[in-house]
Design a protein around this ligand. Structure first.
Ligand code: SAH
Length: 257
């Protein structure tokens, strides 16, 4: 699906920005780069800035006109650093990611078009686009570096794509070995904990068994909200055991004493 998406850079002057865009694309899983009449390409600065994305650069298609770059596309999104005051259908970057993925999923060919470093896209070029996207930057300093603008849009495309695949957008750091301890405590484990807690509170004189009020039900409500897992329950039980020992006057010796 991501291969249906091409990034089109129009008349780029700095080869470094082409490399930066290639890197941003590859980081987000995009691979099709189209360069419309670049000033200098290929160039060692493009290679240097691409870091490991030289394959994207090597596969870049160089064409003479925007028209050629857009052949076959049914969705073209143009980017603009400023409000050009041409009334045009607008998307924010997030909506752009969603629309691109929705249409790519249906097999559409899609282009994200980026302009010149100094002057952006012309009005004529912008009018070849179905939608315009403006990254909502600081109005007093609205223009992003070309590679950075590619990064923002490519990131939103990736987030929308991951969501569609049902793939996680957060890295699960739970190690296999500790996965079990991260499982939620079961009802019976919680009941044993509440029994232990109640006893410890009696032992330290915080809970009067003759006038329990609603203390235990309040504490159940508190822990019930907390999605306590197995390793946390064993920490809590350990604290209770030590608290009870301290209440009995058993002085706990720290290992370093
Ligand atoms: N002076 C130009 C700046 C162009 S920046 C101008 O005012 O238009 C080069 C390219 O980066 C833009 O053509 C656009 O493709 C992209 N870009 C930079 N800032 C952007 C922003 N805030 N929103 C969307 N695209 C942006």
């Amino acid at each position: 699906m991501l291969q249906n998406i091409r990034v089109v850079l129009v008349n780029t002057s700095h080869p470094g920005n082409i490399g930066g865009a290639a890197r941003a694309m590859k980081n987000m899983g995009l691979s099709r780069l189209v360069l419309v009449d670049p000033l200098t390409f290929p160039h060692h600065e493009a290679d240097a800035r691409a870091s490991g994305a030289n394959d994207v650069l090597a596969g870049a298609k160089v064409v003479a006109t925007l028209e050629e770059a857009l052949v076959g596309c049914t969705l073209v999104v143009g980017t603009s650093a400023r409000d050009r005051r041409i009334p045009w259908p607008l998307l924010d970057p997030r909506e752009c990611g969603a629309k691109v993925i929705e249409q790519a999923g249906e097999g559409a060919e899609i282009a994200l078009v980026f302009g010149r470093e100094h002057s952006g896209l012309t009005n004529e070029e912008l009018q070849r686009c179905h939608y315009h996207v403006h990254i909502p930057s600081n109005p007093e300093f609205s223009s992003l570096n070309l590679g950075a603008a590619v990064q923002v849009l490519a990131y939103e495309v990736r987030m929308a794509w991951l969501a569609l695949q049902g793939q996680p957008t957060k890295q699960a750091k739970v190690e296999v070995a500790s996965a079990r301890s991260a499982e939620l405590a079961t009802m019976d484990e919680m009941e044993r904990f509440y029994g232990h807690l109640e006893q410890a509170l009696v032992d330290i004189g915080f809970l009067d068994p003759d006038k329990p009020k609603h203390l235990m039900s309040r504490l159940r409500r508190l822990y019930g909200r907390s999605e306590v897992n197995r390793s946390e329950i064993s920490i809590l039980r350990g604290i209770l055991t030590e608290t009870q020992k301290a209440a009995r006057g058993e002085v706990h010796k720290r290992k370093d004493q």
